[in-house]
Write a protein that binds this ligand. Structure first.
Ligand code: ARG
Length: 577
């Protein structure tokens, strides 16, 4: 089932060729929705310029050649030379019926690509912050969407599980005792554990010495040290997994590919870059200097790949991620869903990998930039007490607030039902709010707005889906029993059906541009089109049984698109609301 634009574009192109010959074949029409017709095509304006003729005349000539029999009921030239295209209701009905009969709801299966997605990536023995929330939620939605479009997605959770802080963390673990309540903080309240270690490190020289010696032992592969390190990583994994499961995120332990995974490749990476003259020694550190990267006073900015103390850094491990994803995973397209401030870092890593021939032009690498999440004061988010935020607390607060909202909105539902759906609403609200703004812009975290039942929010969409489910409960039917032919008569039916036909094109766009907010915007428009339809077109009370069945079929299709769309955002759709 082609969407209207997909159906009409080639027909207009063919008309242009028929009217003006092959030389003008490439002048593709641009189709847009319009307030005067279903679609407006800008096909004649640029063409008229090339031909040196009046745009309206050119438009008339295209119309004379245009074959839209069975697709459009009218085509008119308007304004300076646009084509106003009005679709034939029978065509819309047939397309809506085809979409309803399609298990994929009109979503194409794209040519398969292998797409590693680097997202979430929290750090061991540290709290996840709001920035991690956002890369987790955006990355997960992109993973779901690209998988649905037919690609092989390989989730890569590049957790920070290596580096000098582990010296003090391991020594602190030994001080408090393995298995003690204080050790369990790594899993319960990681910042508290980290801060305790840090305070000792800063204030106690004996501890600091032990910590430094421990780093050396860790890097040398000392077995007992590695065992303690693994214990910290395991405790952190439990913490991450609790957050992932509370958020309904698809990441599992199988997706962990932390910094330490690349340890034994770092020396070879440095050696190769040095021997090929790509990296050079500077002030005792091994550095890559690339054209076009300069800082203050035009000084070249290096990518440091081996520090003067012999340690490797964030840049070296990321070079290893590029090599691994290209050479071992055979990636066609690699997404790095990471904070916007890391753009310079990533570009230097990629340019270095290109210079070394590890990253070739046939592989697309994309930085899906993540913008900041701000508190009400428009500064980085903190808790009320001024402490850095605990993500788990935030999720709990969202669930509690959602419970209050649903208690108030639906006192008629029994307590057990309300308790069951509150977490779905609370978590859905946070995730949806995060996804509905462009991922590279910042936004203010405002639970009240996120949980509002009106506007472009998760709860509004969940409510729209629940409302359709209740129509079917009242009809004593399930949605998949409503498979009658869809007939388009009323304007609101027409608008709803046209919205439904756009699901496939929107998902294609989300996959190409990596912008989940477009799916949110689409689902919001769809829910509004449904609302308008439901207000003006009685469904169960329709006089004519054929009209009732057709409207039920429209309801069923709307429900399926809403639920599928929300699922690709990682948002649940409660049965009742
Ligand atoms: N652990 C890093 C942080 O918390 C994010 C890592 C992102 N991924 C990567 N390949 N660099 O900021």
């Amino acid at each position: 089932m082609p969407s209207p634009a997909a159906e009409l574009t080639p027909r207009i192109s063919a008309a242009i060729t028929a009217a003006f010959g092959d030389d003008y074949a490439g002048s593709d029409p641009v189709l847009r929705p319009s307030q005067f017709a279903d679609l407006q095509a800008n096909a004649a304006l640029a063409l008229a310029k090339r031909l040196g003729r009046k745009p309206r005349e050119v438009a008339e000539q295209i119309v004379a050649q245009l074959d839209v029999k069975g697709v459009c009921s009218s085509v008119e030239v308007s304004g300076p030379g646009f084509l106003n295209l009005t679709l034939d209701p029978a065509w819309i009905s047939a397309q809506a019926g085809g979409t309803a009969a399609d298990p994929r709801l009109g979503v194409p299966t794209e040519e398969r690509q292998i797409v590693p997605i680097d997202y979430s990536a929290p750090n061991v023995a540290k709290e996840m912050h709001a920035g991690h929330l956002r890369t987790t939620v955006v990355g997960d939605s992109l993973a779901r969407t690209l998988e649905h479009l037919g690609h092989t997605v390989i989730r890569q959770n590049h957790i920070g599980d290596w580096g000098t802080p582990f010296g003090m963390l391991i020594e602190h673990l030994l001080d408090v005792g393995e298995g003690s309540d204080e050790a369990r903080l790594v899993e319960q309240d990681p910042n508290a554990f980290y801060q305790a270690a840090r305070t000792k490190f800063d204030g106690d020289p004996e501890f600091a010495n032990r910590a430094r010696a421990r780093v050396v032992a860790l890097q040398a592969g000392d077995a007992e040290t590695l065992r303690l390190w693994r214990e910290l990583v395991d405790l952190s994994k439990q913490y991450f997994n609790r957050i992932y499961s509370a958020l309904g995120v698809t990441l599992t332990d199988d997706d962990l590919a932390g910094e330490s995974t690349y340890n034994d490749q770092l020396a070879a990476i440095c050696d190769e870059l040095e021997s090929r003259g790509i990296a050079t020694m500077s002030d005792g550190a091994l550095c890559v200097f690339l054209d076009g990267y300069t800082g203050r006073e035009n000084k070249p900015v290096p990518l440091i790949i081996r520090k003067s103390d012999g340690g490797y850094g964030y840049g070296t491990t990321d070079l290893a991620t590029v090599k691994y994803r290209v050479e071992q995973l055979h990636a066609n397209r690699v997404l790095y869903v990471i904070g916007a401030p890391q753009a310079l870092h990533l570009n230097m890593v990629w340019d270095t990998a290109r210079k070394a021939g590890w990253l070739t032009d046939d592989v697309e690498v994309v930085h899906v930039q993540i913008g900041n999440v701000l508190g009400p004061d428009r500064k980085m988010m903190r808790t009320r007490s001024g402490n850095p935020l605990r993500l788990m607390e935030l999720v709990d607060e969202a669930k509690l607030t959602a419970k209050k909202v649903i208690d108030e909105a639906r006192p008629d539902l029994d307590e057990a039902t309300r308790a069951e759906i509150a977490p779905q609403i609370g978590v859905g609200a946070i995730k949806y709010a995060d996804l509905s703004v462009a991922h590279d812009t910042e936004y203010v975290f405002d639970l009240e707005r996120m949980l509002s039942l009106t506007g472009n929010t998760g709860p509004y969409l969940q409510y729209a889906a629940a409302r359709i489910r209740s129509i079917f409960r009242n009809a004593g039917l399930t949605a998949d029993q409503a498979t009658t032919t869809i007939t388009i008569a009323e304007p609101a039916e027409r608008a709803l059906a046209l919205a439904l036909l756009e699901f496939g094109p929107v998902l294609t766009q989300v996959g190409a541009l990596l912008e989940p907010h477009r799916l949110c915007g689409y689902l919001f428009d769809l829910a509004q089109a449904f609302s308008a339809f439901y207000e003006s077109c009685p469904v169960l009370k329709a006089d004519d049984p054929a009209v009732r069945d057709s409207r039920l079929a429209l309801c069923a299709l709307t429900l399926r698109v809403l639920v599928q769309g929300l699922d690709l955002l990682g948002v649940q759709a409660p049965e009742r609301m």
